[in-house]
Ligand binder design. Structure first.
Ligand SMILES: Nc1ncnc2c1ncn2[C@@H]1O[C@H](COP(=O)(O)OP(=O)(O)OP(=O)(O)O)[C@@H](O)[C@H]1O
Ligand SMILES: [Mg+2]
Length: 421
């Protein structure tokens, strides 16, 4: 995230007591040059939010249930080395303070802090954060507004990118591929969320061997108050670190969710994650249209058989009608089998499009991976079809980077125009 000297100082609060978090937030809310970008309830959440929000300053509590402030300071600075940590504590034990400073904390303020002292300390240490941040090439940190939409979020803000996966024909392997792509895209510097908008019969959680405890219904019900806390509660966490927003556990619950809910949820997730990956149902209904509306890239899958290729052609026609640019489409052929006599070249020629990925049919390997809930990219990637999915992942990454670069260029040119006024 490119932060300029004019941007407000980004502050992250880490404290297990809700009242303290609220008080700190209140003390800072009227300072135009300070923005609270997140509030964490535990050390672990603090480290995660620091990765996601890229704070200049962290207000760190000492006694937290999962880890103490010193341990959290060490771990957080490993990930976000430019962050300046201010320890807030009722104890002013000299030995503890010395250890905190050795761990990398920048300052100490006794609890409860006075507004003036807190604000002036934040301003003072933030100078160093900005200086150090400038010297580093920071990885992607999605802007993570807490407690709702940040006013002023507009075209100039860098947002996460949304990759939708759709096929008009069912059973072609969309869920298999998109699960692996999401696993491959997720990393500490590119936090990723995988969303199931096949609201009636979504099965993403099965592919990841996860039991649905929370789902998109939990967010849809409170969509007008959506905030980080609600999102964190509704998302499940796969063992790879990938976050998952599952389809409702029962088909009838799909009636609770409107396309407007889906649109709002996706827009919010795009602000919090580097990549939002969406598995859609095969029906081109209002929900799928809402996903397409938010999509930066669309992956569509077909198998080498006449009905699937016919549906792919109809989809390309529909995308043209919808004004969805075809250069934002990734077309993948799955279950390729020499014995059918249908080659990728023949399909490309027939549909007048590029085939961006070709995945061989490997019934046994794929079925075993799905039945175990173990995505292929987490197994031996030298073997087919994992190796082909890895190639597809590379193509998708390059396309996403290209979109990010062109948007950053555009954003830069707009900033230039604004400052030139
Ligand atoms: N490369 C492949 N080789 C062999 N079989 C595959 C391959 N990819 C997927 N399959 C099989 O195809 C079936 C459908 O896969 P998947 O559920 O991923 O498709 P889908 O397009 O998401 O289907 P749905 O319309 O039900 O959402 C599964 O049984 C899976 O094992
Ligand atoms: Mg599916």
């Amino acid at each position: 995230m490119a932060i300029s000297a004019e941007d407000p100082i980004r502050v992250l609060i880490v404290d297990d007591i809700a009242e303290t978090r609220e008080n700190l937030r209140k003390l800072l809310q009227f300072e135009a040059d300070i923005k609270v970008v997140g509030a964490a309830r535990t050390g672990e959440e603090g480290i995660r939010l620091a990765n996601e929000t890229s704070p200049d300053v962290v207000l760190m509590d000492i006694n937290m249930p999962d880890m103490d402030g010193i341990t959290a300071t060490v771990a957080l600075l490993e990930d976000v080395p430019f962050a300046q940590i201010i320890i807030l504590s009722v104890q002013s034990d000299a030995d503890y303070m010395r250890r905190a400073m050795q761990a990398g904390a920048r300052d100490f303020i006794p609890k409860p802090p006075s507004g003036d002292e807190l604000i002036s300390t934040i301003r003072m240490v933030s100078v160093k954060a900005r200086d150090q941040r400038k010297k580093m090439t920071a990885p992607f940190h999605p802007d993570a507004p807490e407690g709702g939409v940040v006013p002023g979020v507009g075209v100039l803000d860098i947002k996460g990118k949304l990759l939708a996966a759709y096929s008009a024909k069912g059973g072609v392997g969309v869920t298999t591929l998109v699960t692996n792509i999401a696993i491959g895209l997720h990393s500490e510097s590119t936090p990723t969320v995988l969303v199931d908008t096949n609201l009636q019969f979504g099965d993403l959680s099965v592919f990841l061997n996860m039991q649905v405890k929370t789902s998109i219904v939990d967010l849809a019900l409170y969509v007008d108050e959506i905030n980080d806390e609600l999102v964190d509660e509704a998302l499940m966490r796969h063992e790879s670190g990938l976050r998952v927003l599952a389809a409702p556990p029962r088909p009838e619950l799909a009636d609770e969710i409107t396309s407007d809910h889906v649109r709002k949820i996706l827009q919010y997730l795009k602000r919090r994650f580097a990549y939002v990956i969406v598995d859609t149902s095969s029906t081109m209904d209002d929900t799928t249209l809402a996903v397409l509306d938010s999509a930066d890239l669309l992956m569509t899958v077909a198998t080498p058989d006449i009905p699937a290729i016919k549906d792919a052609r109809l989809l390309f026609d529909l995308l043209t009608v919808l004004d969805f640019p075809l250069e934002r489409v990734i077309f993948v052929l799955n279950k390729m089998d020499r014995r059918t006599g249908i080659t990728a070249e023949a399909v490309a020629e027939n549909l007048k499009c590029t085939v961006d990925g070709s995945i061989p049919a490997e019934e046994r390997v794929v079925a075993t991976s799905i039945n175990r809930g173990e995505p292929l990219l987490l197994t031996d990637t030298n073997r087919s079809p994992a190796k082909n999915i890895l190639e597809l992942l590379g193509t998708i990454r390059r396309r996403l980077l290209k979109i990010e670069e062109s948007e950053a260029e555009y954003s830069k040119s707009q900033t230039g125009r604004l400052t030139a006024r």
